[in-house]
Every structure is written in C-alpha cells, then in structure tokens.
Design a protein around this ligand. Structure first.
Ligand SMILES: *[C@@H]1O[C@H](CO)[C@@H](O)[C@H](O)[C@H]1NC(C)=O
Ligand SMILES: *[C@@H]1O[C@H](CO)[C@@H](O)[C@H](O)[C@H]1NC(C)=O
Length: 405
C-alpha cells in the first residue's frame, strides 16, 4: 500500500535531484524511449494487410502490448528531454519514419508522429508521464492519447498506456511492474479491445500477466487475448477459454492446498516475486506476438534491446542532415554513450543551466515558447487535448530552430 503521496510536482523535483542518484541513468533521452514503441512495427504492417477486422484488432492489440514490452528490466532512467529537443528515426526496412519533439517543460510533454513510407498508417501521440512517489516506489501514469490510423482500412484506434511502477527506489533491488486497463477503441464502429495489465498481487501469481478480450458494440465477446507483456500474447475463442478455465479450477481444488508464501510488509524492500511459470497455452490459441530475445551483451548495456542500442547511432553522413536539436547531438548523452561519466554530468548541468537562463530571458521579454513541429490541438477521435504534427520536418529546412545545446 502507498505510504505517502507527495504532490507530483514536488515528486518530480525529488526524482530530478535526489532520486536520480538512486536510479541509474541510461544514455537515452525520453524521446528515444518513446521511439521504442516502434520496435514491433511489423505488427502494424501485418494489421494493414489483414482483411478480417477482428484479426486486425488482434494485431493492433499485440502492437499495443509489444510497445511497452521494452520496459522489462529497464530500470535505468532516461534523460529528461530539453524543451525543443527532437528525435527522428527512419527505418526503410520496416517502412516508416518518425519525428518527436519535447513540446512542454512543465509539465513535461513529448509528442511523436510516425508515418508509413508507403502511406499505410499514421501513428502518433503525446505522452506526459505523471510521476507519483509512494515511499518505496515511483509510479508513472502515462497520460496522453496514442492514435493509430490504418489509412487503407479507414480505421482509427486510440488507447492510453498502462501505469508503470519502479519498485524499491530507496532500498533493495529495483524492478518494474505495469498495470491498469488499456482500452483500444475502434472509432469507426465503437468496437473495442479491453486489456487488463494485472498488478502482481501479494503472491506474485499475476506478475506480468495481461488478459482481455475484443468485443463488438453490442458487448458480445468476439475473442479472448491473454499472455504476458514480457513474453508473448495469444488469442483464443471465448468458449474454449471459459471451458479451459473451468477445467483448471476443478484441477486446482482437487490439489492439496499448499501454504501460501509469506507476504512482505513493514519497512523492508518489496522484492519482485519469483516468476517461475511461463504462459500456459490453451489448445486452439493463435500466437499474436512473441518478444525477441535481448542481445548477449544487453546486461552490460542497461538491458537494452537491439532496437534500443541502435537509437544513438550516428551513421556517416547523418550529421549533415539531422536537425541540430536531435538527441543524437546532445552532448551529455553522447559523453555517457562514450563512457565519459564526468564529462556527461558536467554537460548535463551546463545544458540545464542554459535551459533555465533561456527561460528566464523569455519571461523577462514576456515571450512565449513556440513549438516547432507540433501544435497543441484536439484529437478529433477522443476530443482530448493532444499535440499534432504540423508537417515539414523531413523537408529539412531547419531555420529558426532554438539553440538548446
Ligand atoms: C537488468 O536486468 C537484470 C536481471 O533481470 C537486473 O538485475 C538489473 O537490475 C537490470 N539492470 C538495469 C539497468 O535495469
Ligand atoms: C472497425 O471499424 C471499421 C470501420 O467501420 C469496421 O469495418 C471494422 O469491422 C471495425 N473493426 C473492429 C475490429 O471492430
């Protein structure tokens, strides 16, 4: 249970100062972390090719889960983006390009826009991780809407990511839990997919589990989706799922009741429950997604995936075309990437000071910060406030970009 709830603003400054010392930092900006949603873009490409609308929704659901799977064992805190910082990524092999921008500092909002190179889809959103400090853990509520438009099918899906919690920020071994309900809405029909990211519970039985279903607008369940966000997701028809569950319950009640393991409480660390079980596959299920294994040297590299490792790469010739605000050119991240920690912390302090004094100058002149590639607007589908791409980034006319480094 939460021990104390400090206002999120205060919490943020705690995170930025003291706690940052407890949480290890990894050499990626938060803009690059959200780019990791794109790791399994093949699932969107698959959805575009499917003619059956339920199968499309399944692929989209698998994509939504896969997008947060990179969090697994990733307790390294990313760098807070500077106001006006950008990140671009073009992946010809997966057929998309993405641009993101830090559009607000207080609260910190990151906007991204990805588009298929052949016009199949647009995927965009704005993320505002609202942090709460609960004594032993820090919880991030990923406020902000994510929108996926499958253009050829004329379909639009929206959702919000689950909560993410880092346990034992003060004491003990850090570990990550994701929980909450993610509802993926098909705005053309009102059909939806409800995914329940289960909290691990007292005895850890539900750790990493995700369970849900797709229903039509008359609330008829069309299929059940289950698995773990750290492992794989499957779909099965509701009847098979229910009869399997009944059979399991019967078997369970016959078994001798073994004593439950003791729960942890008090001031001790909340340790991650041992996860022994892998997902039990119900006969007749279809595999929707399986996580790729991490590279061998991942443990020495902040548990990065292959995809994450590629995000700081500066290929020859790239520097000439990148916007000067791109994360890859950010001196503190670069220094850390090169293993020079002293240089990294000096540069980090310098950049933050530069950002502060620019803000002070603006307030003296009563100037407002203007975002470059995104503008505040209303998400047509959810009617919520959102940040929408203005276009033009890839024309590479970088006039009047702020000098933030
Ligand atoms: C990487 O994963 C290992 C094993 O699961 C874990 O002990 C470690 O804390 C993780 N490191 C980071 C930086 O998240
Ligand atoms: C989503 O909406 C479209 C457009 O009306 C419809 O054709 C499709 O069946 C819906 N898909 C799902 C999975 O609900």
């Amino acid at each position: 249970m939460p021990v104390s709830l400090i206002s999120s603003h205060l919490c943020e400054s705690i995170l930025r100062s003291n706690l940052a010392n407890f949480l290890c930092v990894c050499p990626l900006s938060f803009l690059q972390r959200i780019t990791e949603y794109m790791e399994h873009t093949y699932l969107i490409n698959k959805a575009c090719l499917l003619s059956d609308s339920i199968e499309r929704m399944q692929a989209v659901a698998a994509f939504a889960v896969s997008a947060v799977a990179s969090q697994w064992d990733r307790t390294g805190k990313p760098f807070n983006p500077l106001l006006g910082e950008t990140y671009e990524l073009t992946r010809e092999d997966q057929g998309y390009r993405l641009i993101s921008e830090q559009v607000s500092h207080h609260p910190p909002v990151s906007a991204f826009h990805a588009e298929s190179l052949v016009g199949d889809f647009v995927f965009h959103g704005s993320i505002y991780p609202k942090l709460k400090f609960w004594g032993k853990s820090v919880e991030a509520e990923p406020k902000g809407t994510i929108t996926l438009e499958l253009l050829k099918h004329g379909e639009v899906y929206t959702w919000t990511n689950p909560f993410c919690c880092v346990h034992n920020v003060i004491l003990g071994k850090l570990w990550i839990e994701q929980y909450g309900t993610v509802e993926i809405l098909n705005h053309s029909t009102g059909d939806k997919c409800v995914l329940n990211f289960k909290p691990c519970g007292m005895f850890g039985k539900e750790l990493h589990r995700v369970e849900g279903y797709i229903q039509d607008k008359s609330k008829k369940k069309l299929c059940v989706i289950y698995g773990k966000w750290t492992e794989c997701m499957w779909s099965v028809d509701p009847q098979t799922y229910e009869s399997n569950k009944k059979a399991e319950k019967k078997a369970d009640s016959k078994k001798q009741k073994s004593p439950e393991p003791e729960g942890v409480d008090g001031d001790d660390a909340d340790n991650m429950p041992e996860v022994l079980e892998t997902v039990a596959v119900i006969p007749g299920s279809t595999l929707l997604w399986r996580i790729s294994s991490r590279p061998q040297h991942s443990a020495q590299m902040y548990n990065f995936t292959n995809f994450a490792m590629s995000l700081n790469e500066l290929e020859p010739g790239m520097q000439a075309t990148l916007a000067p605000t791109d994360c890859r050119l950010r001196p503190d991240i670069r220094a850390m990437e090169n293993g020079d920690m002293d240089q990294a912390s000096r540069e980090k302090a310098r950049l933050e000071e530069k950002q502060r004094s620019a803000r002070n100058d603006r307030s003296k002149d009563e100037e407002e910060w203007s975002t470059r590639w995104f503008q505040s607007g209303t998400n047509t589908y959810t009617s919520s406030q959102d940040w929408l791409y203005k276009g033009g980034y890839f024309d590479r006319k970088y006039s009047d970009l702020p000098d933030i480094y």
